[in-house]
Design a protein around this ligand. Sequence first.
Ligand SMILES: Cc1cc2nc3c(=O)[nH]c(=O)nc-3n(C[C@H](O)[C@H](O)[C@H](O)COP(=O)(O)OP(=O)(O)OC[C@H]3O[C@@H](n4cnc5c(N)ncnc54)[C@H](O)[C@@H]3O)c2cc1C
Length: 740
Amino acid sequence: MQASPANSTSVPQPAPASGSRFPQRAWLWAGLALAAVLGVALYQHFGLGELLTLERLKLSRDSLISAYQANPALAILAFFGLYVVATALSIPGALILTLAGGAIFGFWVGLLIVSFASSVGALLAFLASRYLLRGWLQAKYARALAPINEGLQRDGTAYLLTLRLVPVFPFWLVNLLMGLTSITATRFYIVSQIGMLAGTAVFVNAGTRVAALESAGDVFSPAMLGSFALLGIFPLISKALVGWSQRRKVYARWPKPASFDRNLVVIGAGAGGLVSSYIAAAVKAKVSLIEGHKMGGDCLNYGCVPSKALIRSAKMAKQFQKAEAFGFKGAAASLDFASVMQRIHGVIRDIEPHDSVERYTRLGVDVVQGHARITSPWSVEITQADGRQRTLTTRNIVIATGASPFVPPIPGLQDAGFLTSDTVWKLTALPKRLLVLGGGPIGCELAQSFARLGSEVTQVEMAPRVMVREDPEVSEIVAQSLQADGVRLLTQHQAVRVEMVAGEKRLIARHGDQEVVIAFDELLCAVGRAPRVTGFGLEELGIPLTSRKTVETNAYLQTLYPNIYAVGDVAGPFQFTHTAAHQAWYAAVNALFGRFKKFKADYRVIPWATFTDPEVARVGLSETEATDQGVPFEVTRYGIDDLDRAIADGSAHGFVKVLTVPGKDKILGVTIVGEHAGDLLAEYVLAMKHGLGLNKILGTIHTYPTLAEANKYVAGEWKRAHAPKKLLQWIARYHNWERA
Ligand SMILES: Cc1cc2nc3c(=O)[nH]c(=O)nc-3n(C[C@H](O)[C@H](O)[C@H](O)COP(=O)(O)OP(=O)(O)OC[C@H]3O[C@@H](n4cnc5c(N)ncnc54)[C@H](O)[C@@H]3O)c2cc1C
């Protein structure tokens, strides 16, 4: 049993950005507090509260007008300055000052001065709130505030305009609250200036007849307040109307069928399409699933399944190499590559029934084999292998067409020929010299596997390290492991061209200002996957793409046409089987029941794994991401080299790294490197999804001896680092006293 894991640490990591700003901010706080105290003292001393009353204004009106007439420029300047200071410091009395503007300067000049002075003052209050509080607030509640920020980014102008147009929302409160959001200062100023104009005009106008006013409340009659409220909701109503008219415009050129053949047509039978159609059939919708090639899509036929089957064979090869350490002398095996490939195809065949036409037909899905093309927002044309065509009308469409390997335009590559994840499974002989282009998860998994099977593998990556999405220490471990398996890893090498010299294929790569020549027999291109977005009607319908060339969708996974959805690799932002399936639920439910309730796709807890040896698994933030986003965090680590089961298995390497909120057990992110890391991660995915902290993991029995115990030990490390030290000192004294 474990007692005291020596190789574990729990280290608080203050976010550098906020940490380094702290002294400056402390001074600012002190300065502002002093200014506020001074302000209050002056306010009290000069009885400004009494000065800024309607009575006082009425009494002083004549002398103020005389002062203005004697020196107009000075009077305007003084009034402007006073107004800005009062609003910037959120001092009560802005209403009386506005009335005074009308009383002293008359309507037009008064309106001009007050309009600008109130906007400038509001901006200063906004900036003070933003500079002093926003960074801290956004960092502390980054995740909770993310959707609010997104909403403000989208609709901020409409909301602020509403708040400004309805004068019942306290002016100073709007300034301070907006400072805490992500709205830009320029947008805030412009919208405030425009939005407050109507209210300001009413008050300034009232000021011109101040003598007749009995109280400030006289300025607004209930009818006027009602009109302002209507004016206030106008931006929101107009936004809804704009949305409605945009939708009408988008659909305008397409005749809508009187009735529909289907509730849903799904294009593509990969993970995204299979799950979408399954859900539709489960809730008794009439659904057709159109697949142009192989049921199961890339995951089953070219991706997850064959790659994991290959990895298993490669692992076996490695185990033969290590046999002696486990007590087997002279263990040796010769590779039969054809058998390896046969096994891979056998595994695909064994899994095929899960995604088959027969199974989905039994489930109630109308499966159609053929190429689908969207011909209108409500119709899909299907061309079958024999050339026959038919068209289905449908209320909704889900696009789940996936992605294909991206092949960069490297001169000479097409002529020399290359493999991709689509074609590598057709190899009949093990390549002697394999060049793997790309250091991402697919490149690393395949490079290691082929190296273990006996290929001389050179892996070329443009970036300074492999697996750039992970922390640098993770990249380093994977790089060392690849190299230990014989991969010649060339990072910071950019592929420039492919040449054929005397029958030999060569890649020329640029490294700094040098050109490096790498001879190869086969080149495997694994530099990313491009969404399948052409040739099936998106262009004709004008469905826009994002900068990453995925289909543009909103949070409900709707495209430009709200009845056309997109999921999986074609929609992004992730390219995993489980995220495609996750999105599929949202798309199907929103499509079929959206008129009652729509759901935004929830991306808060997304796990993934790379199945190199050691495996790398992650959920939530990495250290690099947390630092970049200014999210404060603590790191707790547990080294798997200390874990009983890992030692017994001969796999004592790797670590579990957990990021938590400083001083709390709330999990922000987890990275696991080691044997079965992908499986070990599940406990954290569940914990994060359901808000369970490290204390809960620590309080859960983990079977001994399992790798899963690593999860408990890391929680134990966190607990140890957060033990109540003072209390423990007292308890030690108590024990001493008991022994005395
Ligand atoms: C080598 C490799 C390893 C991978 N390993 C993993 C892993 O370990 N874990 C993981 O989560 N993910 C992995 N992936 C990624 C995973 O395969 C994809 O994320 C997943 O397949 C995406 O599913 P999808 O439904 O979006 O698209 P796809 O699975 O690509 O399915 C799209 C389908 O649409 C069909 N189609 C396209 N256009 C039309 C049309 N016009 N008409 C009719 N049919 C059409 C295609 O024929 C295809 O079958 C791996 C990928 C590769 C390449």
